[in-house]
Design a binder for this molecule. Structure first.
Ligand code: SF4
Length: 372
């Protein structure tokens, strides 16, 4: 690869950024490190358009890192609700607390010390270092992999150690070290708006003259990945159980999706067939096995679905009213709907709540025993 091509790439990219790029995002050009860090954590695994409202919501509630550090974790989770990848939220809160209570409120100012913080990998450390402090570190994310692999015609898979090293090296060589924040913003915006994944705007692209993928007609083949992400389906039955004006909920365990969020008691089935069978035959038995004295039971008319990055979740809800709290269920907490609304839940459970609980509220003590 000739150095000329790197120079051409840098020059054209910065020219495009200066004259054509009009992508508007509230964190662009930001120099406040708290705001930069917050936006970068929100944008990990999230499209800018989706992250925007969360960024604004967080800044409104926690305008300073001190406010975030002093907020209860559950409240922060609630604000994060719907954004997914909840580890980010837990790390955000832990890092805020570390900076405020252990580092006198001063955000680290070197690449290495930023990289040491929880929830921050090389990409985020490079973004914060360059945007906040103009340090010469090139960002490499999905957009950058795509732009570099197409323009320079590199077919090394981006998800291999070799590929990561090669692209990181190239990205660093292309970086304008005197304008690292401008350059990094330019390449990310270029990937998001011109060299897009499915329909890149090659015909109007300022870089097409020397773009290998364009000139060799291999745009659809790049970037390459070695492993395909395996998608997995999961099948749940959630039990929305009411006793008086309270509902049974429980906290989700660590090391699975939605760690630390709340949920209704549930069973997970091995496959769709078992799920259908359980809904048809076994929900009463499950309720009875939990020592609940059921006076009403019904099943949601439809299945609910939530798409996560590597999993598709399917759920049906069983609504039940009981005379007793049951005896065995120490891990269950009984909460009113107003208390529940303050707690963080996965999106699929909020969908269930919205659509199904009205039916339970219509019940009263005189409920006739049905379907049990
Ligand atoms: S010509 Fe097409 S593939 Fe090449 S950099 Fe421009 S948009 Fe990307």
């Amino acid at each position: 690869m000739k150095m000329d091509q790197r120079k051409y790439f840098r020059k054209k990219l910065l020219f495009w950024h200066k004259t054509i790029n009009n992508r508007q995002l509230p964190w662009k050009g930001e120099k406040d490190v708290y705001r930069i860090w917050l936006s970068e954590i929100i944008l990990q695994q999230t499209r800018a358009e989706q992250g925007l409202k969360y960024y604004e919501r967080f800044l409104k509630k926690y305008p300073t890192i001190g406010k975030l550090a002093n907020a209860p974790l559950e409240e922060v989770y609630k604000l994060w609700e719907g954004l997914g990848y909840y580890n980010r939220c837990r790390n955000l809160h832990a890092t805020a607390r570390k900076i405020v209570f252990e580092l006198d409120g001063v955000f680290p100012q070197t690449f290495e010390s930023i990289l040491d913080l929880k929830g921050i990998g090389p990409y985020t450390a490079a973004a914060i270092s360059s945007f906040a402090y103009d340090l010469p570190y090139a960002v490499v994310d999905g957009n950058v992999f795509r732009v570099l692999s197409r323009f320079f015609g590199i077919s090394t898979p981006t998800d291999t150690v070799k590929g990561k090293r090669e692209f990181q090296y190239l990205a660093q060589e292309c970086l304008d070290i005197k304008k690292s924040s401008v350059y990094n913003q330019a390449i990310m915006d270029f990937g998001a708006t011109v060299c897009k994944p499915d329909v890149p705007l090659c015909n109007s692209c300022l870089l097409k003259e020397k773009c290998v993928a364009f000139n060799e007609d291999i745009i659809d083949e790049l970037p390459l990945k070695e492993k395909r992400t395996k998608l997995r389906s999961r099948w749940f039955v959630f039990y929305i159980i009411k006793q008086g004006n309270k509902f049974a909920i429980q906290k989700r365990e660590e090391k699975d999706v939605w760690a630390n969020l709340y949920q209704f008691p549930n069973t997970e089935c091995k496959n769709e067939k078992e799920w259908q069978r359980q809904i048809k035959n076994n929900t009463s038995a499950w309720l009875n096995s939990n020592n609940l004295e059921i006076i009403y039971r019904s099943i949601s008319a439809r299945a609910f679905r939530q798409q996560l990055s590597h999993q598709t979740i399917f759920a049906r809800a069983v609504l039940a009213e009981t005379k007793t709290f049951g005896e065995k269920n120490l891990q269950w907490e009984w909460k009113t709907i107003n208390e529940i609304r303050k707690l963080p839940f996965p999106k699929i459970i909020n969908d269930l709540l919205k659509e199904e609980t009205a039916e339970l509220f219509m019940l009263n003590d005189a409920t006739v025993k049905q379907n049990t």
